[in-house]
Design a protein around this ligand. Structure first.
Ligand code: GLU
Length: 460
């Protein structure tokens, strides 16, 4: 065990998004990398905007992503309670400590934090009023990611509102002191608060933790421009959970949002990420969210999944669909089709559409593909030749089907490709999918024949 103590301190005011997951992950990784403690603290002081539903969502999302916390709600620890709504007595105690140092005063019913220095008044153009400023040296923050940052904190600020509720800056710092946090790893949007926090730490005579502000996540071009927000499609962790993404793929992807392992690897086992992760390795520049890259990574993880695990995922997916039970009725057939699709799909929620023609005669036909295929060469003639050759084709294996198709093509002085597109269109309605030989084998000769004949009759 090292003495590193980091915390993830979400406010339960909304859905759990990729940005929150990344802040949690960087803290968790740093704790696991250093052998320190990862603490979960729920910052639920905003009674109007908090909800228990969002608290539960924080727990379930962290659990799903595999980020276990060493201290916090549900698991306890020596520095609890871990929800700010249960820590009012601690804030009162710390307020008394601060009062005793002479660094507070009351004004307009609120309690203010007093900066030390000569005071002067100046007209603030922005706020259109005269304000009191304090002559101070800038606060220096030695950020582990951003480097040296200077901020001028030159006005007293409120720490307890007139309604008696302590403000975010105060409770956040008190908890970091009381919980003996050594490193504050959080989003860059908090950098502007950090000078206030540093001044509070100093006023309490507490050691100032090391700060590490993680750069923003920007939207991908498809999502629009600017900073990714929880309202963007694809920004919520829940969405990927519902789509049966693999949590290890999502964690791997999120780790790369602002960090890289120092080589050009993208797929890394979590053990490697833990070993290689460190704060100086986090980029200063903004990260870009790329849903395509995430989907691709998920695909590479799916590909490596043992068959039984993949089938369990597929089952969970189809169980949610109205026709799921019917699709899964013939287990051996269902398994065979699913394993054909495994290397081809980016996420398991694509399975139903990807395999639709295996489970119904009423599968959709892609009109664009159809127009293209029917416009090239003599597809009707090829179809007729296929129908004629089919009864004597050996359907016992992919190889025997391939040999039969090749023999047919050769006998006509043509290539395999001349039969492929039309055969695929006729039996699947599309131009993508597993190999045509595998499709033929799994569908069986009778169904292939029926589909070729039906298509041929309709195209005549
Ligand atoms: N509750 C704050 C937030 O959700 C935490 C800030 C911090 O990590 O210090 O942004």
């Amino acid at each position: 065990m090292s003495n590193v103590r980091v915390r993830f301190a979400p406010s339960p005011t909304g859905f759990f998004h990729i940005g929150s997951a990344r802040t949690a992950l960087f803290n968790w990784l740093y704790a696991r990398h250093t052998g320190g403690a990862f603490i979960l603290r729920i910052e639920d002081t905003d009674k109007e905007r908090n909800s228990e539903q969002f608290v539960d969502l924080i727990y379930s999302s962290l659990n799903w992503l595999g980020m276990n916390w060493d201290e916090g709600p549900q698991v306890g620890g020596n520095f609890g309670p871990y929800r700010q709504s249960e820590r009012a007595h601690i804030y009162r105690e710390y307020l008394e400590k601060l009062k005793a140092t002479g660094r507070t005063y009351e004004k307009d019913g609120a309690i203010w934090f007093k900066l030390i220095g000569e005071r002067y008044r100046v007209f603030d153009d922005h706020r259109k009023k005269e304000v009191e400023k304090v002559k101070v040296a800038p606060t220096v923050i030695d950020d582990r990611i951003r480097g040296r940052v200077e901020r001028l904190e030159d006005e007293d600020f409120v720490i307890v509102r007139s309604d008696g509720n302590p403000v975010f800056h105060f409770v956040n710092v008190v908890d970091d002191i009381a919980m003996q946090i050594t490193h504050v790893i959080r989003g860059e949007d908090h950098l502007s608060n950090t000078s206030k926090h540093v001044e509070l730490f100093k006023a309490f005579g507490a050691p100032v933790p090391q700060f590490a502000h993680i750069p923003l996540i920007l939207k991908s071009p498809e999502m629009g421009q600017g900073k990714m927000s929880k309202r963007d499609k694809g920004a919520l962790v829940e969405e990927y959970q519902q789509r049966h993404f693999l949590p290890e793929a999502l964690v791997n992807y999120i780790a790369l949002l602002g960090w890289n392992p120092g080589d050009d690897r993208e797929k890394l086992p979590i053990a490697d990420i833990i070993r290689l992760f460190d704060l100086p390795g986090v980029n200063q520049s903004n990260a870009k969210f790329d849903p395509k890259k995430l989907a691709h990574l998920n695909m590479t993880y799916l590909l490596e999944l043992p068959a039984d695990k993949f089938l369990a995922l597929a089952q969970a997916c189809f169980a949610k669909l109205p026709n799921g039970a019917a699709v899964m009725a013939n287990e051996a057939y269902f398994h065979e089709v699913m394993l054909l699709a495994q290397p081809k799909i980016k996420s398991v929620d694509e399975l139903a559409a990807y395999t639709v023609y295996f489970f119904t005669e009423d599968y959709p036909v892609d009109d664009k593909v159809k127009a293209k295929v029917m416009a090239k060469g003599e597809p009707k003639a090829r179809l007729a030749e296929l129908i004629a050759a089919l009864p004597t084709m050996d359907f016992s294996s992919d190889a025997s089907i391939e040999a039969a198709l090749k023999a047919l093509a050769e006998s006509k002085g043509l290539g395999f490709g001349d039969y492929q597109a039309i055969a695929r269109l006729a039996v699947t309605g599309t131009n993508a999918g597993p190999s045509i030989t595998a499709i033929f084998r799994v569908l069986g000769k009778e169904r292939v024949m029926a589909r070729l004949q039906k298509f041929s009759a309709a195209a005549a």
